[in-house]
Design a protein around this ligand. Sequence first.
Ligand code: GDP
Ligand code: IMO
Ligand code: MG
Length: 420
Amino acid sequence: MNTVVVGLQWGDEGKGKIIDYLCKDKDVIVRFQGGNNAGHTVVVNGKKFVFHLIPSGILHSGKICVIGKGVVIDPQILIEEIEYLKKEGVTVTPDNLRLSPYSHVIMPYHRVMDACREKQRIQKIGTTKRGIGPCYVDRVARCGIRMGDLINENRFSLKLKDNLKEKNPLFENVYGTKGFNYEEILNQYQEFAKILAPYVCDLVDIYYKEKDKRFLFEGAQGTFLDIDFGTYPFVTSSSTISSGATLGSGLSFVGVDEVLGISKAYTTRVGEGPFPTELNDDTGKYFQNKGNEFGATTGRPRRCGWLDLVLLRRAKILNNVKKIILTKLDILDELEGIKVCVDYKIDGKSIEQFPYDLTGVQPVYEVFAGWKENIANIRDYKQLPSAAKRYIEKIEDYLECEVAYVSVGQMRDAIIDKRK
Ligand code: GDP
Ligand code: IMO
Ligand code: MG
């Protein structure tokens, strides 16, 4: 069974925790898009791990973790992540971590370009400034440097020269910053290449040779940060929806057996862009504090709001989600009443179609009673307070989709398998 797991909102839905939980029944875990803009948190025995590039499955022994071609790799960050995990006693070797030669390399000029472009924009995106966008731009402009180039001195030096020839005048004359020194980057990246070369291998065959193995595809970001179907231009630069899993890995789409979608029991967003159910009041602050809603990558406070079922229905369709995993239900424990957005109004009229632009849409809410009870230790669905079950049933009825798991805490075991 090959499973794709994606975020259904604007990222940080708890993908890291859920991947860690699901991968016990899988053999190969694949990241297929994004880069170190992602921050996926896994808490095991009270110890917190935040993954930026390496699939969250790495904590389990006997699994193969793959960074697929759709990912953009900052080699320095990857090396730091490998070193950090090794220090924590986690095995990371070319046997259990593989990098696609087709994945693009984030260069120092990408990071600076990201910051410069963001600085001069009137309409800011609020990027993570990790160089993600500019690296993807170079991929389609056909001047990108890939892992397969990084580990080959001739190819790398030629491509670096070409890039600096084009980019240095831009930095100096347009952005008003310093250009980059060829030798410095060459030396630094050759060191990275030596360390990473053993991990690089062609991965396309893996889907054929290892076809008896069970694959898990770990999405990063979320549906509404998708480059095309997200709230453009306030999006990331990759295909975050489930179709991205095949494009970003090399597996044919017929190889996908199921798509699981992860949604928080409320909504959050980091960075700029429209957010219909956003709360700029005490309830928003409550979500932020109780849910510890601060970015795992940049530490920025996440904007918080009510659950938006109009958005989730769109995400269900875009991803072909068959089951939903609801996370952070425990964060709602203390609320008196819980609102759920069931419709949007534009100029006082209900929408007939999902709006092209979410700016200014008015959410229409249904209000549910809270349960005012601590649910963090519950592991049996039947034992959830009836108000919590009503909330979940509303989600299922509205989306015509089963909520298969309910997560009620940070820890690995804080999850309810609804079918048990
Ligand atoms: P990701 O990017 O989707 O992997 O999510 P992040 O790791 O950025 O953010 C999710 C945060 O919520 C992390 O700190 C998780 O440890 C935490 N978390 C995940 N599921 C739950 C849950 O059910 N309850 C609580 N209280 N925290 C959770
Ligand atoms: P995970 O995988 C939440 C957001 C940024 C910004 C926009 C573009 O942890 O869910 P970028 O640096 O990608 O060009 O920024 O996308 N963003 C995320 N928000 N979770 C993430 O990843 C994100 N990765 C990027 O905040 O609004
Ligand atoms: Mg995150």
